[in-house]
Design a protein. Structure first.
Length: 205
């Protein structure tokens, strides 16, 4: 597949690079309040270029080992979103988890859905996976809509699944079975979704 792809509103998605540290630190600092309710509690150094350099080296090492595929979304020289395929398991499972977030100034523009679809295409065509899984907080309807619009379906609820914002919180679980996609329409979640929450899906970001 191409090393980068165009997304809506002039955004570009590509593989994470070592020289993204400063732009990532800026993005996380801009969005620290926006992301805080939806992510693990972060230490202060996470929001610095040095802290992001450590994250990047870790994720690129995982990528080199075949355990992750980290993406960054940029626009006009700024990082405006992250997507990460992590926890890649081979053998009989052939699965990965996906997580993502979008800058508060760029939500509602279709960027998250397009970025997730691109990551799923990489998981299918480049990585040869069978399944991608995601988890969202129960009240994060925006993230749930992103997943549904990208062809995921809800398959479960995990009580006290992850420690988010300092609390062990329940998550809805979603999956997309990649080899079934050609014969299925986009699956919609049954029941009513809440209307609040950013485009943020918990994973190893």
């Amino acid at each position: 597949m191409p090393t980068s792809a165009r997304l809506p509103a002039g955004a570009v998605i590509r593989l994470l690079r070592v020289d993204d540290a400063t732009a990532l630190a800026d993005a996380y600092w801009r969005n620290r309040v926006h992301l805080a309710p939806w992510e693990p509690t972060r230490a202060d150094d996470y929001f610095t270029p040095a802290g992001q350099q450590s994250v990047i080296y870790s994720q690129l090492n995982q990528h080199a080992s075949g355990n992750a595929h980290p993406f960054v979304v940029t626009m006009d020289g700024e990082v405006i979103a992250r997507v990460n395929l992590s926890g890649i398991v081979r053998g009989a499972f052939q699965s990965a988890s996906i997580g993502y977030w979008v800058d508060a100034a760029h939500t509602g523009r279709g960027i998250a859905t397009a970025a997730v679809r691109h990551a799923v295409a990489v998981a299918t065509d480049e990585l040869g996976l069978h399944r991608v899984e995601a988890g969202t907080l129960l009240h994060n309807a925006a993230s749930q809509r992103v997943l549904l619009n990208a062809g995921f379906e809800q398959f479960g609820l995990a009580p006290r699944y992850l420690k988010i914002a300092g609390e062990w919180q329940d998550h809805l679980l979603f999956q997309r079975l990649l080899h079934d996609w050609a014969n299925k329409d986009i699956v919609r979640l049954h029941g009513r979704l809440a209307r609040n929450g950013p485009c943020n899906c918990t994973s190893s970001l």
